[in-house]
Design a protein around this ligand. Sequence first.
Ligand SMILES: Cc1cc2nc3c(=O)[nH]c(=O)nc-3n(C[C@H](O)[C@H](O)[C@H](O)COP(=O)(O)O)c2cc1C
Length: 494
Amino acid sequence: MSNRETQFAWNYHNRTKHSYESVRRNAHFLDWDNHPLPFKIYPDLEPIALPKETPQTGIAALSAISAAQASSPRSPDLETLTHVLYFSAGITKRRQSPGGEILFRAAACTGALYEIELYLVCGRLADLAAGVYHFGPGDLALRRLREGDFRGALGCGAPAALVASGVYWRNAWKYQARTYRHFGWDNGTIHANLLAVAAALGFEARLRCGFVDSDVNPLLAVDTDREVALTILELGPPAPPPGSIEAAPLQLEVVPYSREEVDYPAMREIHQASSLAFAEEVLAWRGEAPPAPPPPAGETIALQPLADSEIPRDTIEEVILRRGSTRRFAREPITFAQLSTILDRATRGVPADFGTGLNDLYLIANAVEGLAPGAYFYRSSDRSLETLKRGDFRRQAAYLGLEQELPGDAAAAVFFLSDLPRVLDGFGNRGYRAVNLEAGLLGGKMYLAAYAQRLGATGLTFYDDEVVNFFAPHAAGKSAIFLVALGHAAKRRS
Ligand SMILES: Cc1cc2nc3c(=O)[nH]c(=O)nc-3n(C[C@H](O)[C@H](O)[C@H](O)COP(=O)(O)O)c2cc1C
């Protein structure tokens, strides 16, 4: 099984598609008595409490999410790391529900199941010893798993790196084998926040999807049948990595997530098939830049985003604390400037080793002042919308979003589609991790860009093939990856 045998990504993708029939065929039910814990808890490790209050950056959210990477000598310390961790994976809201209290986090996550864990791997920082640490959002604390400088195992010479992992069962409890897609989406929304907050603090950040899996997983001491490393985010100025030191096996007790866990082997298979075994494979895995889109067949409408001097000044922290997925949209229009600002700010690039442009954006505009209702293709090369068809597609948008009202009521729905043959050809199976991650990351930026303008947003799941059929013939041969609905939130029903 190798990264280049892309039938594994195709098998996984095809067998986890949703369709009208598959949803009705699936007898899965939610076993609330077996609901997984949303935290990884090490009962035997001492917490290192993090500061509860950190200074605000004062940087406008719309600037932070679209900031170009500049070289900066700034190095993280405990306070700035806390800021980055809290505003990406910290608990920002608590709400009572019939099943108990739900602890909502800074970034959106499928089913509020929060299956992504963050680990810090650092050299000696001003106020923290070199080591490998786990971030616990439950008590806002770090726990040290290893003492010493292990950055060499990550091929990272930056002062600090955040490694994100996914815990299968914590999401598969509800979503079964489709969880492997969710790893990308849910890690992506966290990284939208991580990158924005890092930029607001003036840190250089570089996201890597390519690394030798068998070097990173043992460092975190995870049982790879249940939890796997997904990405590495380097923070601070780059430097040659220190020499590798042996990471001895650790036996760390973890509180069980549930009474019992169900294994979905299809996920372990796609993970294994998308693993990179050697440093040479990491260098070789990167693909080509995306081709320019073909000339438009229909009319194009240039985006009209707000200028820097016009954007709302709400800070990145204010916007993250305000964010929450919109549970019901009002059927009220947004302006074309608001939609343009979201698209423009969310698509200005990501400092990632897979480049950009793995996903293409297609829209259904239901109610956008200055834009006729219809279906559009977003031409990122010239920041314009190409008209595919005009008409009222609210009913179809709701149907495509797994028969949920949200995308039908929203002002606009943005569908992420990918030319998967090209992506898998360029990146191998690892491209499947990257394409879902990029979608979550851009979706996460859209959440922030919407909330910065006092609009609402929600991520959504969808009927895979029907999305492609709706946007055909333009989207023929592509695959549906993700969906985000945007608009005004409806007033809460009392
Ligand atoms: C990738 C993704 C897919 C989602 N899909 C749906 C969905 O299909 N339906 C829905 O009502 N909410 C969906 N949500 C919203 C989540 O339920 C929500 O993020 C979670 O409950 C946490 O709440 P919060 O976003 O308000 O913090 C999705 C969120 C994400 C990030």
